[in-house]
Design a protein around this ligand. Structure first.
Ligand code: ADP
Ligand code: MG
Length: 728
């Protein structure tokens, strides 16, 4: 049989590609520029702009970190300087760049063109820099009241640098903005994140003050580790499921996949390396500090991690990174799949959020320091973290809920959907001792010795850590590993910040009272540490998060196990569980309702698109290839009969094929009917989708895979896992 399907053409295209080369910038002597020489050349930060007077910068700094209004004159200086800079770089347009609740970014472009006295000029006014008015009604609003006005505005975020978006034929100056309704409701992801930073700073300053330390501001920091897959463009466009849903809805696993663990940290192929080099180059020009790049566990899977920054900048950078990843991949005829689970049966992709809390001066409160045995502040902070997770783990789980992430959490490759904290052996031993009253006071010499000794082992723990934990202490930061690869990180970070702020408030109050009653700050900190450790001990788990025993054990401990998005999202409207977010002024009740509705609607819509696509693919691809094969088999059987030859092979295959097809046809009918009968109410709809229709689609997928394995390779139209994961 000749190999003439689209898939075979795609194969030849994919393996025959030549490598894309780019010209790296050089200096006058032809020496390649260092990263530091072009780093950030496509960003504009007023703090670093040479043409802005120092006095103006100082004033802007104060405004950026307080609630003071921004005077027009100051904004005008920035607007004029930013525009001149952008124009010199070749920009013709500007846009307010924001993060609506879709989870991606939105931009509305305006040219710098203005007509003054009949003359064409370039202009960017203070007003245009500070505020824009996209039509709020076209963005998801979850039926919130304010959107009946259909009016919202974008507002310049001074704390995040502007950047140039480069298109094939021009450039646009992007201004990071918040997106708010005229009634003050946050219509985006950034606004609550900024509010959570304010809440965290306020409570942390109070805590530090209570223990006798002063600082002007405290911030949270985040470093993201972004995983993704690369598949050749030719395969991507030949798979309707990848194009429509970002993941393969079925596909038979190739015999070799990740069993040999030979991809992780392995040799990076020439073509992929070429892509990564251009990606890093573009990110560095954008002022995104890309640091680490490597192969991940699954074939075709990779990771990129920039150096951490404050969470707001880090969240913006991650959005820009994801967009750049996709854009550069296309230039190399790859498609970057950011979906959490593009391929069943091998690892999915996550995004580890490395989180820490520090003063503006850079003093990391989670740093064990050189004398950790005396570092009561560090121990207190760690206990605050476990208490925060104990109180609000459910909300953190809800914040990382999505259709894509449902395939990872609990699938023995990613942290489970039960939120627990891993501290490492050393800290856990210390915490156990503190809880049992063995190391509470500093005059208990023996246990202090033990502590000194054990804390010295912290580094060792850090290298040998538990990969199965959703929230792990890693040396001087906590790592939230349950976040999905495709998600915008602002939502989980604002919830995490809020959770920590909530406990820090209580911590500060406890210490203030203890100190007022004559205790030393050190004594107070030891007491509060013991208090939090004792109350939150159940959330600490150092064992294997993938094991079935943990599910049983977690239930005994009373920890939530919210398996699916449909189970998790209703927490957003649980008054008790969300009270801390309202207390911390991070979300209003309306905003939480809105998010719940938007996220449920999004889950339902994504799943329904998956179901429709699956049904179409079965009807248009799987069944037709069965028919072709059946025809061939039928012909052979007929010829054999005609010449009087008996064979059980062909009728055997025919029967098997027929049986599988009938079952497949039947399941697809069930799915079609199920789709038709879905309840109107969003929450009920999501439950039926998650609990009834999803298992049905898994059956359909397995049947398709059986067929794929039966039908001759030459007849199979759709790119196989083998093609997508190994051919490049
Ligand atoms: P891993 O071993 O998990 O890959 P790395 O040390 O390489 O850890 O760091 C992973 C990410 O954590 C990077 O983005 C890094 O910049 C970030 N990171 C390091 N220190 C901190 C910190 N104090 N706060 C927040 N993020 C941090
Ligand atoms: Mg990590």
């Amino acid at each position: 049989m000749t190999q003439t399907t689209d898939r075979h053409t795609a194969r030849r295209t994919a393996v025959g590609r030549s490598y894309r080369r780019i010209e790296r910038p050089k200096d006058n002597q032809g020496i390649p520029l260092r990263i530091s020489q072009y780093y950030g050349e496509n960003t504009f930060d007023y703090r670093k702009a040479k043409n802005i007077p120092e006095a103006v910068k100082k004033e802007l700094d104060i405004i950026a970190t307080s609630n003071k209004p921004l005077p027009k004159e100051l904004a005008d200086v920035v607007a004029k300087t930013a525009m001149e800079w952008a124009i010199t770089k070749g920009a013709t347009h500007f846009c307010h760049w924001f993060q609506p609740l879709t989870g991606s970014t939105a931009e509305k472009h305006d040219s710098f063109l203005d007509i003054k006295n009949g003359e064409a000029i370039e202009n960017l006014s203070a007003g245009q820099l500070m505020q824009g008015e996209p039509d709020a009604s076209s963005f998801p609003n979850g039926g919130s009241r304010s959107t009946f006005e259909a009016r919202g505005y974008t507002s310049w975020d001074l704390t995040s640098p502007m950047f140039l978006l480069e298109g094939v034929n021009g450039k646009t100056l992007c201004i990071p903005t918040a997106f708010i309704s005229y009634t003050g409701q946050a219509l985006d992801i950034k606004t609550p994140l900024l509010r959570s930073e304010v809440a965290l700073s306020k409570s942390a300053i109070r805590f530090l003050k209570a223990i006798g330390q002063e600082t002007a501001r405290v911030q949270s920091n985040c470093g993201t580790e972004q995983e993704y897959f690369l598949v050749d463009e030719a395969f991507f466009y030949a798979r309707p499921d990848l194009v429509m849903t970002g993941r393969t809805l079925f596909g038979s696993l190739s015999s070799k996949n990740q069993q040999l663990d030979d991809h992780y940290f392995g040799d990076i192929s020439e073509r992929v390396m070429g892509f990564m080099q251009e990606l890093d180059y573009e990110l560095h020009r954008l002022g995104i500090p890309a640091k680490t790049r490597h192969n991940e566990v699954a074939p075709g899977q990779y990771e990129i991690a920039p150096i951490f920054d404050n969470t707001n900048v880090s969240a913006d950078n991650n959005q820009a990174l994801m967009a750049t990843l996709k854009r550069v991949a296309i230039k190399h005829h790859f498609v970057a799949l950011l979906h959490e689970k593009p391929f069943a049966g091998i690892n999915g992709s996550g995004k580890h959020l490395n989180w820490s809390i520090s003063t503006v001066e850079g003093d990391n409160l989670l740093n064990p320091g050189a004398n950790p045995e005396k570092n009561y502040r560090f121990l207190t902070m760690c206990s605050v973290m476990t208490e925060a997770l104990f109180r609000h783990g459910g909300m953190i789980r809800a914040a990382i809920a999505s259709a894509g992430n449902d395939h990872r959490l609990g699938a023995n490759e990613a942290p489970p959907s039960i939120i627990s904290a891993y501290l490492g052996d050393t800290l856990e031993r210390i915490f156990t001792a503190i809880k049992e009253g063995k190391a509470v006071t500093s005059n208990n010499d023996t246990s202090m010795d033990v502590m000194t000794h054990q804390l010295a082992d912290l580094d060792k723990d850090n290298t040998d850590r538990n990969r199965t934990s959703p929230f792990a202490f890693t040396g001087n930061k906590f790592e939230l590993r349950a976040c999905g690869s495709e998600m915008s990180i602002g939502l989980p970070l604002s919830i995490l910040n809020g959770a920590v702020a909530d406990v820090l408030e209580d911590t500060a109050e406890f210490i203030e009272k203890a100190v007022a009653s004559g205790k030393s700050a050190d004594e107070a900190m030891q007491e509060v540490t013991k208090k939090w450790i004792t109350s939150s001990f159940d959330v600490i788990f150092n064992g294997d998060g993938y094991s079935d025993e943990w599910v049983v054990e977690a239930e005994k401990r009373g920890l939530l196990n919210l398996r699916t998005t449909a189970d998790a999202l209703p927490l957003f409207v649980d008054q008790k569980r969300t009270q801390f977010l309202k207390d911390q002024k991070i979300f209003t009740k309306d905003e939480l309702d809105t998010r719940c509705n938007v996220l449920i609607e999004r889950y339902n819509t994504l799943r329904e698109i998956e179901f429709e696509t699956l049904i179409q693919m079965v009807n248009q691809h799987v069944i037709p290839s069965i028919l072709t094969y059946k025809k061939t088999l039928g012909d052979v059987i007929k010829v054999q009969k005609d010449i009087g030859f008996e064979s059980s092979v062909e009728p055997g295959i025919f029967k098997k094929l027929n049986y599988t097809t009938e079952t497949l046809f039947n399941r697809v009918e069930n799915l079609t009917n199920g789709l038709r009968e879905l309840p109107e109410d969003g929450t009920k709809r999501s439950k039926v989708i998650a609990d009834t229709l999803m298992p049905l689609t898994e059956e359909v997928a397995n049947l398709c895979n059986e067929v794929e394995e039966l039908v001759p390779d030459s007849l199979w139209e759709l790119p196989k896992y083998y093609d997508m994961l190994f051919l490049r």
